[in-house]
Design a protein around this ligand. Structure first.
Ligand code: SAM
Ligand code: SF4
Length: 478
């Protein structure tokens, strides 16, 4: 569930996404009106995973209903929101640096309100509000409905904060303001929080307990997206396989939800993320294989190839179980692409454990992967119970070995596609030339091809002629 490159280091995930929308023409306003108008211009910078991107869209929708407008120019904004990520220490440090950098805007204009929202809110509220005085408001992921009220409080000179986590909030009734740039693919959040308690992970602490969103509201959102031209949705949750909706003694599972979303229209591609190896069911795999428009790509984070480490991580599966799930995917959906997440240097990891990770990756032949060094997060089970005992040089060395193996596997995966034909959904002009277009296969691989006169959102058939390390290059078959 990420918006960074298909292969390589997930550190790329934490790049900020300044939101590009046109702001009102402020030149014709009187100085007073100009000031009032500016206070209502909001600039949002989003860090972290796709879930945060989807959350920023919910935040913008709540603010738009209260008279705020998006601006892409931070210098024009009266309200600056930083949607934060806590997953690794380096993600937090980057945001910290960014907050310090934007504080200078307040020196130019004291009226500006700066807010920290999202995953860092609960953990760092005291430091950010009081000790370092970097922001005026702090709002946690379950309190976004309160934002207009909190902004008003901050405008009257008070620091405003709400970091309460909720057992119910899913923002089901809110129609997110779309911030993606291509107008073809969009995220749809189907659940929030997580109940899994993986030992290294801060998500259950900063985003709260798992709750599923009403399927009716999901369907409504998906239909609206399709009707406004979108051709791909990615259903998002920390563990989509545990999606559950109870109504009239019936339980609607993720496999059923995926099926009803796929039935919205055969021209709508459906993706989802993230699956958990302990929960992904054959039922789900069979659903994916039955529908042409459910994309043939599964992101199944392994984290480690060593059963001993997986146990310490509290992942609730073994290496053999994981391999069994991959075998099931390969037999039920033969053309399915597979990607994973790997962590190097978790507590007590030996060289043998690390070799087990490499051998699992090689065996699975992942098409791409997101790879990280273990980063201890305060309050997690690992931080409380285990020593972060792998020296940084060893974590880095192992991570580099994992990355170079994945580069090799990704190259093999792309070379295997040369000479094949794929249905591609066009996402827009390619960066390299206006005559070239770029799109994706069902397997989530990027394809570039000459496509003069073509439009984004169209499906085309492409013959793959060659590949680079990141891209397939082909030509359209009429
Ligand atoms: N819920 C998803 C899952 O279980 O696969 C992913 C959640 S997390 C936002 C994304 C990835 O970040 C994880 O799969 C894991 O590889 C990585 N991650 C989480 N906590 C980490 C930590 N403390 N240090 C390094 N990587 C971490
Ligand atoms: Fe974190 Fe594990 Fe939940 Fe994923 S499943 S969000 S890694 S606790």
């Amino acid at each position: 569930m990420y918006f960074y490159k298909a292969s390589g280091n997930r550190q790329q995930a934490t790049g900020h996404q300044g939101i590009k929308f046109r702001s009102p023409d402020t030149r014709r306003l009187s100085p007073l009106n100009y000031m009032q108008q500016m206070l209502k211009d909001v600039y949002i910078e989003t860090y972290g995973c796709q879930m945060n991107v989807a959350d920023s869209e919910v935040v913008m929708s709540i603010l738009a209903d209260n008279g705020f407008k998006l601006t892409h120019n931070i210098d024009e904004a009266g309200l600056i929101l930083i949607n934060t990520c806590s997953i690794r220490e380096n993600a937090e440090q980057r945001i910290w640096g960014r907050l310090k950098a934007i504080k200078h805007l307040k020196r130019k204009n004291k009226e500006i309100i700066i807010g920290l929202i999202g995953c860092m809110a609960e953990r760092l509220k005291k430091r950010v509000l009081e000790t370092d005085q970097l922001v005026d408001i702090v709002v946690g992921p379950d309190a976004y409905r309160e934002l207009p009220k909190l902004v008003a409080e901050a405008e009257s000179g008070h620091k405003a904060i709400n970091v309460l986590l909720s057992r119910e909030e899913t923002y089901a009734d809110i129609s997110p303001v779309r911030m993606d740039k291509n107008g073809v693919s969009s995220f749809v959040s189907i659940m929030r929080g997580c109940n899994n308690m993986c030992a290294y992970c801060v998500v259950p602490y900063v985003r709260g307990a798992e709750r599923s969103r009403d399927p009716e509201s999901i369907l409504k959102e998906v239909k609206e997206l399709f009707n406004s031209g979108y051709r791909e949705v990615t259903l998002l949750g920390q563990n989509v396989d545990s999606y559950k909706w109870n109504s009239d003694d019936n339980v609607l599972t993720f496999a059923v939800l995926l099926e009803i979303v796929a039935q919205v229209n055969p021209l709508l591609r459906v993706r989802f993320s993230t699956s958990h190896p302990k929960d992904i069911s054959d039922d789900l795999l069979k659903t994916i294989s039955r529908y042409n428009n459910i994309c043939k790509h599964i992101h199944l984070p392994a984290q480690s190839g060593s059963s001993r480490i997986l146990k310490l991580m509290n992942r609730e599966y073994t290496r053999e179980w994981y391999m069994g799930r991959i075998n099931a995917i390969r037999s039920i959906i033969p053309d399915c692409a597979l990607s994973t997440d790997m962590i190097s240097g978790f507590c007590t990891e030996t060289d043998e454990d690390h070799q087990a990770s490499l051998s699992l990756m090689e065996w699975a032949g992942f098409d791409f992967a997101y790879m990280f060094k273990y980063s201890e997060r305060p309050g997690t089970r690992a931080a409380r119970k285990y020593k972060d005992d792998i020296p940084d040089e060893i974590k880095t060395k192992r991570l580099n070995e994992i990355i170079s193996l994945q580069n090799k596997l990704s190259a093999i995966s792309k070379r295997q596609d040369v000479g094949k034909v794929f249905e591609v959904l066009i996402e827009g002009p390619s960066k390299r030339s206006p005559d070239y277009f770029s799109g994706r296969t069902s397997q989530n691989k990027v394809v570039v091809f000459p496509g003069k006169g073509r439009k984004k959102g169209e499906y085309i058939t492409v013959y793959i002629e060659r590949c680079t390390s990141a891209t397939l290059i082909g030509k359209i078959l009429e």
